[in-house]
Design a protein around this ligand. Sequence first.
Ligand SMILES: Nc1ncnc2c1ncn2[C@@H]1O[C@H](COP(=O)(O)OP(=O)(O)OP(=O)(O)O)[C@@H](O)[C@H]1O
Ligand SMILES: [Mg+2]
Length: 296
Amino acid sequence: MAQPPPQQPLRTLPPPFNTSAESFELIAQGAESLLYRTTFLSPAQPAALKVRPQKTWRHPTLDKRLTRQRVLAEARVLVKLSGEGIVAGGGGRKVKDPKKKNDGGGDNGGVGALRGLVPAVLALDWERGWLVTEWIDGVTVKLGIYQRDLAADEGVLRGLLGRIGRVVGLLHLAGVVHGDLTTSNMMLRPTRTPGTNADAMARAEEERGEVEVEGGLEGDIVLIDFGLATQSVSDEDRAVDLYVLERAFGSTHPKEEGQFDEVLKAYGESMGKPGKVVLRRLEDVRMRGRKKSMLG
Ligand SMILES: Nc1ncnc2c1ncn2[C@@H]1O[C@H](COP(=O)(O)OP(=O)(O)OP(=O)(O)O)[C@@H](O)[C@H]1O
Ligand SMILES: [Mg+2]
C-alpha cells in the first residue's frame, strides 16, 4: 500500500473557509485530517473544523470515495447520537427525553441517546471533505490522566474510568460502535449542560454518592472522532471496540493499566444482560490478539 510522504505541507483551507474572516487555529494534525478551532456563523459559537485534505499519494477516485465515506460516517453517527439537526416530520426537533431510560433498540433506535456526550454537527461538505462540530471545552482524557493530581485519592481515577465505561455502554446500546476508542478520542468537559443526557448521568452519579472532590479529572466524558464508526449491535464488533480501547489504554497509560477493569465493570453494569455476553466475547478477542502477536 502507498505510504504518505513523511512531511505533508500545510494545506490551504477549502472553500468557503479560504475566504472567511474567522480565525482558524490549528489544534491537531493527524495522518488523515487537520483540526482547527474556529467560530461558526456567530462569534459566539465556537466550533471545531475537521478538514480531510486530498491525499496526493492515493488514487484520486479512491481518495474521494474514502474521504466522502469518513465525513459522512462521522456526521451521520453524530447526528443520530446527539439528536441534533434532525427535523421530525412535523417540523419540530426530535430530541429524546434525557430522563427516559434508553434501551437502544427502542422506537427511536438510539436517536439522541448521547445528547451532550458527543459534539453536535453544525455543517459539512462531504465532497470537499470537511465537517464542523460544536467545540468541546476541556482537555482530552489522555491529557487529563497525564496531568492528574497524583496526590489525589485513587477514587478520582476510578470515577473517571467508570464514566468512560458507562458512556461506551450507552454508545453500544444506541447501536453504534466507535471503531477507534482511545483516550485521545474522548474529551473531559468540566462544565455541565443542563437537560442533556450527560447531565442526567452526572446527577445519577451524585445520587449514588460517586462524585469525587478535587483531582483534575472531573467533568463529563464527551466522545469525539467518529470517522471509523459503524452502526452495529453485534457482540463481536462491541467486544473489538472494547479491546481496541483496552490496548490503547494500556500503552498510553501503563501506570494506570491495572485499573482498566473499572471501565469494563461500569460498561457491564450500564449494558445489563447484553453486556455480559460482550465481556465474555472480549475474552475470545483477547485470546485471538495474543495468538496473533505470538505468530508475529
Ligand atoms: N469538537 C471538538 N472540540 C474540541 N476539541 C476537539 C474537537 N474535535 C477534536 N478535537 C481535538 O482535536 C484532536 C483531533 O481530532 P480528531 O480525533 O477528531 O481527529 P483525528 O484523530 O486526526 O481524526 P482521524 O483519526 O479521523 O483522522 C482531538 O484529539 C482533540 O484534541
Ligand atoms: Mg483522534
